[in-house]
Design a protein around this ligand. Structure first.
Ligand code: NCD
Length: 325
């Protein structure tokens, strides 16, 4: 829908807009989205039938594996009475195998549907798809090591719901700061609000480069990089853990030999955590959080965090398709 190098700001009007980056959002836009997400939560909890999206078809085209993002967009559309065209692994099952360009593929999908949700291993692909589309809004469901805006939106909603604010928070973001698109989008989102301090804990070779850090933190945010768990402050409001995917390693052997230096164990939590914090992970949780933590009420990753993904995506789709304001 856009023909540009950067997407349009939302400016309190989601209708017809591509959703490609957290850069498009203001505080007001987030609050509009979150108010609707709460309504969507009530609707879903009560399994109320809805016809908000009856009529539109949403295409989900995922060139990279996905469980949660794919199925939550699918569930979000269907819970609102809409329908989906679902393309997972197009490189195996579609014309992409024959060498069709991404631009042609999305033009075809916009002939059949009202919105396109796309995930792709290459950074910038969602923008490319948006530039190719004439009518259908494009939603970025993860573009390589770029951004994953809808994940950050659900993360911010989860934090807002737990603490009643997105200001004056102290957090620990651990893992692959260099490549984690979920971390990148979350940092952008938290930069919109005053008084937030983020501790970034990552192995030396996965630290966020200075240039990228400057781009992510244009707003008002204080970043402190640490490489040892000994430097985790006791009073964080939340810990946000990300995995280091296999593809970051030159070989499978190298990956298998890799032991994640920072794993949430009961001991780590006891030593550096506090009773009021929450534990978040965009999932999949691989080598990052000991399963003995799951029963801890502070662990929200398989509870509210994952459920909020569907509520936020319900609200976002209805807003972008102009069915609510
Ligand atoms: C993340 C992703 O794919 O970016 N997961 C998700 O969408 N919930 C994180 C990851 O794959 O490590």
């Amino acid at each position: 829908m856009t023909n540009a190098t950067s997407p349009q700001d939302i400016k309190k009007n989601f209708k017809g807009k591509d959703i490609l980056s957290l850069d498009q959002f203001s505080k007001d836009d987030l609050h509009i989205l979150f108010d609707h997400a709460k309504t969507m939560r009530n609707l879903a909890i009560n399994s109320n039938p809805s016809t908000i999206l009856s009529g539109p078809i949403v295409t989900l085209v995922f060139y990279e594996p996905s469980s949660r993002t794919f199925s939550s967009f699918s569930a979000a559309t269907k819970r609102l009475g809409g329908q989906t065209i679902e393309y997972q692994n197009p490189l195996q099952v579609s014309s992409a195998v024959k060498g069709e360009t991404l631009e042609d593929t999305v033009r075809v999908f916009e002939a059949y549907s009202e919105a396109i949700v796309i995930r792709h291993p290459e950074i910038g692909t969602a923008q490319k798809a948006a530039n190719a589309c004439e009518f259908a809004p494009v939603i970025n469901a993860g573009d390589g090591i770029g951004e994953h805006p809808t994940q950050a939106l659900l993360d911010l909603f989860t934090i807002q719901e737990r603490f009643g604010r997105l200001t004056n928070l102290k957090a620990l973001l651990a893992g692959d700061a260099l490549n984690s698109r979920t971390m990148h989008s979350l940092i952008k989102g938290l930069s919109l609000f005053k008084g937030n301090t983020l501790y970034l804990l990552s192995p030396e070779k996965l630290k966020l480069p200075k240039q990228q850090r400057a781009e992510l933190t244009k707003g008002d945010i204080h970043i402190i990089e640490i490489t040892s768990e000994k430097d985790i402050p006791k009073d964080c409001n939340f810990w946000y853990w990300t995995r280091v995917p296999k593809k970051r390693f030159a070989s499978l052997e190298e990956y298998e030999q890799f032991t994640y230096p920072f794993v949430i164990t009961p001991q780590l939590l006891e030593k550096y955590g506090n009773k009021d914090m929450i534990l978040m992970d965009p999932l999949p949780r691989i080598k990052t959080i000991d399963t003995s933590i799951d029963a801890d009420p502070r662990a929200v990753y398989l509870r509210s965090q994952v459920r909020n993904g569907m509520y936020v995506r319900m609200a976002l789709l209805a807003l972008v398709l102009g069915k609510i304001k």
